[in-house]
Write a protein that binds this ligand. Structure first.
Ligand code: PMV
Length: 313
Protein backbone atom coordinates (compact mmCIF):
# COMPACT_ATOMS: atom_id res chain seq x y z
CA UNK A 1 0.00 0.00 0.00
CA UNK A 2 1.18 3.53 -0.79
CA UNK A 3 0.14 6.52 1.33
CA UNK A 4 0.65 10.22 0.60
CA UNK A 5 -0.57 13.31 2.43
CA UNK A 6 -1.00 17.00 1.67
CA UNK A 7 -1.56 19.90 4.08
CA UNK A 8 -4.25 22.58 4.18
CA UNK A 9 -3.31 26.22 3.54
CA UNK A 10 -4.09 29.79 4.49
CA UNK A 11 -3.54 32.88 2.38
CA UNK A 12 -1.75 35.46 4.53
CA UNK A 13 -1.98 38.38 2.10
CA UNK A 14 -3.30 39.16 -1.36
CA UNK A 15 -6.31 36.92 -2.02
CA UNK A 16 -8.47 38.17 -4.89
CA UNK A 17 -5.93 40.73 -6.12
CA UNK A 18 -3.79 37.66 -6.95
CA UNK A 19 -6.39 36.69 -9.57
CA UNK A 20 -5.57 40.01 -11.28
CA UNK A 21 -1.83 39.39 -11.44
CA UNK A 22 -0.81 40.95 -8.12
CA UNK A 23 1.46 39.03 -5.68
CA UNK A 24 0.22 37.08 -2.66
CA UNK A 25 1.62 35.14 0.30
CA UNK A 26 0.41 31.75 1.53
CA UNK A 27 1.54 29.11 4.01
CA UNK A 28 0.67 25.43 4.55
CA UNK A 29 -1.36 24.40 7.60
CA UNK A 30 -0.15 21.03 8.84
CA UNK A 31 -2.78 20.57 11.56
CA UNK A 32 -5.24 19.46 8.89
CA UNK A 33 -4.50 17.21 5.93
CA UNK A 34 -5.75 15.11 3.04
CA UNK A 35 -4.58 11.50 2.87
CA UNK A 36 -4.55 9.20 -0.17
CA UNK A 37 -3.99 5.44 0.11
CA UNK A 38 -3.53 3.27 -2.94
CA UNK A 39 -3.55 -0.51 -3.14
CA UNK A 40 -3.82 -3.08 -5.91
CA UNK A 41 -7.39 -3.87 -6.97
CA UNK A 42 -8.97 -7.05 -8.37
CA UNK A 43 -7.85 -8.04 -11.83
CA UNK A 44 -9.88 -6.23 -14.47
CA UNK A 45 -11.79 -4.00 -12.02
CA UNK A 46 -10.12 -0.79 -13.21
CA UNK A 47 -9.88 2.06 -10.73
CA UNK A 48 -12.21 2.26 -7.76
CA UNK A 49 -12.22 5.62 -5.97
CA UNK A 50 -13.52 5.82 -2.40
CA UNK A 51 -13.79 9.23 -0.75
CA UNK A 52 -15.69 8.73 2.50
CA UNK A 53 -15.52 12.35 3.67
CA UNK A 54 -16.96 13.49 0.35
CA UNK A 55 -19.55 10.73 0.46
CA UNK A 56 -18.38 9.37 -2.89
CA UNK A 57 -17.52 5.92 -4.21
CA UNK A 58 -17.33 5.12 -7.90
CA UNK A 59 -15.40 3.40 -10.65
CA UNK A 60 -13.34 5.71 -12.83
CA UNK A 61 -14.97 4.22 -15.95
CA UNK A 62 -18.37 5.56 -14.89
CA UNK A 63 -17.23 9.00 -13.71
CA UNK A 64 -18.30 12.15 -15.56
CA UNK A 65 -15.59 14.15 -17.32
CA UNK A 66 -15.88 17.09 -14.88
CA UNK A 67 -15.77 15.09 -11.66
CA UNK A 68 -12.77 16.58 -9.80
CA UNK A 69 -11.57 13.30 -8.24
CA UNK A 70 -11.84 11.44 -11.54
CA UNK A 71 -10.15 14.33 -13.36
CA UNK A 72 -7.13 14.31 -11.07
CA UNK A 73 -6.70 10.53 -11.46
CA UNK A 74 -7.12 10.73 -15.26
CA UNK A 75 -4.65 13.62 -15.57
CA UNK A 76 -2.10 11.83 -13.41
CA UNK A 77 -2.40 8.56 -15.35
CA UNK A 78 -1.93 10.50 -18.59
CA UNK A 79 1.24 12.08 -17.16
CA UNK A 80 2.52 8.67 -16.00
CA UNK A 81 1.89 7.31 -19.53
CA UNK A 82 1.26 3.71 -18.37
CA UNK A 83 0.73 1.12 -21.09
CA UNK A 84 -2.67 0.00 -19.72
CA UNK A 85 -5.21 1.14 -17.12
CA UNK A 86 -4.13 -0.40 -13.81
CA UNK A 87 -6.43 -2.12 -11.29
CA UNK A 88 -6.40 0.04 -8.17
CA UNK A 89 -8.34 1.03 -5.08
CA UNK A 90 -7.75 4.72 -4.31
CA UNK A 91 -9.00 5.82 -0.89
CA UNK A 92 -9.10 9.50 0.01
CA UNK A 93 -9.81 10.99 3.42
CA UNK A 94 -9.43 14.55 4.64
CA UNK A 95 -9.66 16.51 7.87
CA UNK A 96 -9.65 19.83 5.98
CA UNK A 97 -13.06 21.53 6.18
CA UNK A 98 -14.56 21.82 2.69
CA UNK A 99 -15.27 25.23 1.11
CA UNK A 100 -13.76 27.28 3.94
CA UNK A 101 -10.71 28.69 2.17
CA UNK A 102 -8.35 26.09 3.66
CA UNK A 103 -7.44 24.53 0.32
CA UNK A 104 -9.29 21.25 0.72
CA UNK A 105 -9.70 20.70 -3.04
CA UNK A 106 -6.04 21.39 -3.81
CA UNK A 107 -4.92 19.14 -0.93
CA UNK A 108 -7.06 16.21 -2.05
CA UNK A 109 -5.71 16.55 -5.61
CA UNK A 110 -2.13 16.85 -4.37
CA UNK A 111 -2.40 13.77 -2.14
CA UNK A 112 -3.79 11.71 -5.05
CA UNK A 113 -1.12 12.84 -7.56
CA UNK A 114 1.67 12.23 -5.03
CA UNK A 115 0.36 8.79 -4.08
CA UNK A 116 -0.02 7.68 -7.72
CA UNK A 117 3.50 8.88 -8.55
CA UNK A 118 4.93 6.99 -5.60
CA UNK A 119 2.82 3.85 -6.26
CA UNK A 120 4.24 3.62 -9.79
CA UNK A 121 7.73 4.56 -8.57
CA UNK A 122 7.81 7.72 -10.66
CA UNK A 123 7.57 10.39 -7.92
CA UNK A 124 6.58 13.80 -9.32
CA UNK A 125 8.31 17.08 -8.56
CA UNK A 126 6.22 19.65 -6.61
CA UNK A 127 6.00 21.67 -9.84
CA UNK A 128 4.38 18.80 -11.78
CA UNK A 129 2.05 17.98 -8.86
CA UNK A 130 1.04 21.65 -8.74
CA UNK A 131 0.36 21.76 -12.49
CA UNK A 132 -1.91 18.71 -12.39
CA UNK A 133 -3.74 20.03 -9.31
CA UNK A 134 -4.18 23.39 -11.09
CA UNK A 135 -6.09 21.71 -13.93
CA UNK A 136 -8.50 20.33 -11.34
CA UNK A 137 -8.74 23.67 -9.50
CA UNK A 138 -10.23 25.04 -12.72
CA UNK A 139 -13.15 22.63 -12.31
CA UNK A 140 -13.64 23.77 -8.70
CA UNK A 141 -13.04 27.48 -9.10
CA UNK A 142 -13.44 28.57 -12.71
CA UNK A 143 -10.55 31.02 -13.00
CA UNK A 144 -8.12 30.14 -10.20
CA UNK A 145 -4.91 32.11 -9.75
CA UNK A 146 -2.98 28.92 -8.94
CA UNK A 147 -1.98 29.95 -5.42
CA UNK A 148 -3.80 27.08 -3.67
CA UNK A 149 -2.26 24.25 -5.69
CA UNK A 150 1.17 25.94 -5.46
CA UNK A 151 1.33 26.33 -1.68
CA UNK A 152 -0.15 22.89 -1.04
CA UNK A 153 2.05 21.06 -3.59
CA UNK A 154 5.25 22.83 -2.46
CA UNK A 155 4.26 22.46 1.21
CA UNK A 156 6.14 25.58 2.30
CA UNK A 157 5.50 29.33 2.74
CA UNK A 158 5.43 30.96 -0.70
CA UNK A 159 5.46 34.31 -2.47
CA UNK A 160 3.19 33.78 -5.47
CA UNK A 161 2.47 35.77 -8.59
CA UNK A 162 0.59 34.36 -11.56
CA UNK A 163 2.88 33.35 -14.42
CA UNK A 164 6.07 33.75 -12.39
CA UNK A 165 8.34 31.22 -10.71
CA UNK A 166 7.23 30.54 -7.16
CA UNK A 167 9.64 31.80 -4.56
CA UNK A 168 10.02 30.67 -0.98
CA UNK A 169 8.86 33.10 1.69
CA UNK A 170 11.71 33.11 4.19
CA UNK A 171 9.99 33.38 7.55
CA UNK A 172 12.43 34.99 10.00
CA UNK A 173 10.68 34.51 13.34
CA UNK A 174 8.03 31.87 14.19
CA UNK A 175 4.55 33.20 13.45
CA UNK A 176 1.53 32.00 15.42
CA UNK A 177 -1.79 32.23 13.61
CA UNK A 178 -5.21 31.54 15.05
CA UNK A 179 -7.65 30.40 12.38
CA UNK A 180 -11.34 31.02 13.09
CA UNK A 181 -14.08 29.26 11.11
CA UNK A 182 -17.36 31.16 10.57
CA UNK A 183 -19.03 27.83 9.79
CA UNK A 184 -20.38 29.37 6.58
CA UNK A 185 -19.45 27.82 3.23
CA UNK A 186 -17.35 30.10 1.09
CA UNK A 187 -18.30 29.61 -2.57
CA UNK A 188 -14.97 30.64 -4.17
CA UNK A 189 -16.26 30.43 -7.74
CA UNK A 190 -19.21 32.73 -6.93
CA UNK A 191 -17.27 35.26 -4.83
CA UNK A 192 -14.64 35.55 -7.59
CA UNK A 193 -17.30 35.89 -10.32
CA UNK A 194 -19.24 38.49 -8.31
CA UNK A 195 -16.10 40.58 -7.80
CA UNK A 196 -15.29 40.27 -11.50
CA UNK A 197 -18.70 41.70 -12.37
CA UNK A 198 -18.31 44.60 -9.89
CA UNK A 199 -14.83 45.36 -11.21
CA UNK A 200 -16.15 45.45 -14.78
CA UNK A 201 -18.45 48.32 -13.79
CA UNK A 202 -15.59 50.44 -12.40
CA UNK A 203 -12.25 49.06 -13.55
CA UNK A 204 -10.13 51.98 -12.32
CA UNK A 205 -11.53 51.88 -8.80
CA UNK A 206 -10.97 48.13 -8.41
CA UNK A 207 -7.55 48.15 -10.08
CA UNK A 208 -6.64 50.86 -7.56
CA UNK A 209 -7.70 48.58 -4.68
CA UNK A 210 -5.69 45.70 -6.18
CA UNK A 211 -2.62 47.97 -6.41
CA UNK A 212 -3.07 48.95 -2.75
CA UNK A 213 -3.20 45.27 -1.82
CA UNK A 214 -0.09 44.55 -3.92
CA UNK A 215 1.80 47.28 -2.03
CA UNK A 216 0.72 45.73 1.27
CA UNK A 217 1.89 42.28 0.13
CA UNK A 218 5.37 43.58 -0.72
CA UNK A 219 5.67 45.39 2.62
CA UNK A 220 4.30 42.36 4.44
CA UNK A 221 6.87 40.10 2.81
CA UNK A 222 9.65 42.39 4.04
CA UNK A 223 8.14 42.41 7.53
CA UNK A 224 7.84 38.59 7.56
CA UNK A 225 11.41 38.16 6.29
CA UNK A 226 12.60 40.70 8.86
CA UNK A 227 10.63 39.24 11.79
CA UNK A 228 8.68 42.46 12.49
CA UNK A 229 5.56 41.00 14.08
CA UNK A 230 3.71 44.25 14.83
CA UNK A 231 4.11 45.41 11.26
CA UNK A 232 2.86 42.05 9.90
CA UNK A 233 -0.24 42.36 12.08
CA UNK A 234 -0.88 45.95 10.99
CA UNK A 235 -0.65 44.95 7.31
CA UNK A 236 -3.09 42.07 7.86
CA UNK A 237 -5.71 44.40 9.31
CA UNK A 238 -5.13 46.88 6.46
CA UNK A 239 -5.50 44.09 3.89
CA UNK A 240 -8.78 43.08 5.55
CA UNK A 241 -10.14 46.63 5.31
CA UNK A 242 -9.61 46.62 1.53
CA UNK A 243 -11.11 43.13 1.18
CA UNK A 244 -14.14 44.47 3.03
CA UNK A 245 -14.30 47.48 0.67
CA UNK A 246 -14.27 45.28 -2.43
CA UNK A 247 -17.22 43.33 -1.05
CA UNK A 248 -15.77 39.93 -0.19
CA UNK A 249 -16.07 40.08 3.60
CA UNK A 250 -19.26 39.45 5.61
CA UNK A 251 -20.73 40.53 8.97
CA UNK A 252 -19.62 37.21 10.51
CA UNK A 253 -16.03 37.59 9.24
CA UNK A 254 -15.90 41.22 10.39
CA UNK A 255 -17.16 40.20 13.81
CA UNK A 256 -14.43 37.56 14.21
CA UNK A 257 -11.75 40.01 12.99
CA UNK A 258 -13.00 42.59 15.50
CA UNK A 259 -13.08 40.02 18.34
CA UNK A 260 -9.49 38.95 17.59
CA UNK A 261 -8.28 42.56 17.64
CA UNK A 262 -10.13 43.22 20.93
CA UNK A 263 -8.37 40.17 22.35
CA UNK A 264 -5.03 41.81 21.51
CA UNK A 265 -4.24 39.92 18.32
CA UNK A 266 -1.49 41.78 16.43
CA UNK A 267 -3.66 41.81 13.31
CA UNK A 268 -6.53 39.95 11.68
CA UNK A 269 -8.16 39.42 8.30
CA UNK A 270 -10.35 37.09 6.33
CA UNK A 271 -8.40 34.38 4.49
CA UNK A 272 -9.38 32.84 1.16
CA UNK A 273 -12.36 33.79 -0.94
CA UNK A 274 -14.47 35.34 1.82
CA UNK A 275 -18.26 35.76 2.36
CA UNK A 276 -17.72 32.98 4.89
CA UNK A 277 -15.00 30.42 5.44
CA UNK A 278 -12.11 31.30 7.70
CA UNK A 279 -10.38 34.34 9.11
CA UNK A 280 -6.87 34.42 10.56
CA UNK A 281 -5.33 36.38 13.41
CA UNK A 282 -1.64 36.85 14.21
CA UNK A 283 -0.94 36.45 17.91
CA UNK A 284 2.05 36.09 20.18
CA UNK A 285 2.52 32.43 21.17
CA UNK A 286 1.42 33.37 24.72
CA UNK A 287 -1.80 35.11 23.62
CA UNK A 288 -2.88 32.56 21.00
CA UNK A 289 -5.25 30.63 23.31
CA UNK A 290 -6.85 33.87 24.54
CA UNK A 291 -7.45 34.95 20.95
CA UNK A 292 -8.89 31.49 20.10
CA UNK A 293 -11.25 31.75 23.09
CA UNK A 294 -12.37 35.22 22.01
CA UNK A 295 -13.12 33.85 18.53
CA UNK A 296 -15.16 30.98 19.99
CA UNK A 297 -17.19 33.44 22.06
CA UNK A 298 -17.71 35.65 18.99
CA UNK A 299 -19.23 32.74 17.06
CA UNK A 300 -16.38 30.73 15.49
CA UNK A 301 -17.48 27.09 15.21
CA UNK A 302 -13.89 25.90 15.24
CA UNK A 303 -10.43 27.34 15.78
CA UNK A 304 -6.97 26.08 14.87
CA UNK A 305 -3.70 27.45 16.24
CA UNK A 306 -0.85 26.97 13.78
CA UNK A 307 2.79 28.02 13.86
CA UNK A 308 4.79 28.92 10.76
CA UNK A 309 8.46 28.24 11.44
CA UNK A 310 11.59 29.63 9.78
CA UNK A 311 13.07 27.26 7.20
CA UNK A 312 15.62 24.77 8.54
CA UNK A 313 18.91 25.91 7.07
O1 PMV B 1 -8.93 30.09 -0.44
P1 PMV B 1 -9.82 29.72 -1.54
O2 PMV B 1 -9.53 28.36 -2.06
O3 PMV B 1 -11.25 29.94 -1.28
O4 PMV B 1 -9.39 30.64 -2.80
C1 PMV B 1 -9.34 31.93 -2.72
C2 PMV B 1 -8.22 32.65 -3.34
C3 PMV B 1 -8.72 33.64 -4.35
O5 PMV B 1 -7.69 34.60 -4.49
C4 PMV B 1 -9.98 34.34 -3.90
C5 PMV B 1 -8.98 32.95 -5.67
C6 PMV B 1 -7.74 32.48 -6.39
O6 PMV B 1 -7.90 31.70 -7.32
O7 PMV B 1 -6.63 32.92 -6.06
Amino acid sequence: MTTATAPGKIILFGEHSVVYGRPALAVPVNQVKAVCQIEAGRLGQGIEIIAQDLDQQFNLRNAPIDDPLAAVVRQTLATLALSATPDLVIKVTSTIPIARGLGSGAAISTAIVKALGEYFRQPFTPQVISEIAFEVEKIHHGTPSGIDNSVVAFGQPIFFQKGQTITQLKVHTPLTFVIGDTGIKSPTRQVVADLRARRARDVDLYEGYFDEMAAIVIQARDAIEGGRLRAIGKYMTENHAILDKIGVSSPELNQLVEAALQAKALGAKLSGAGWGGNMIALASAEEAQTVAQALNIAGAIHTIVTEVKPPVS
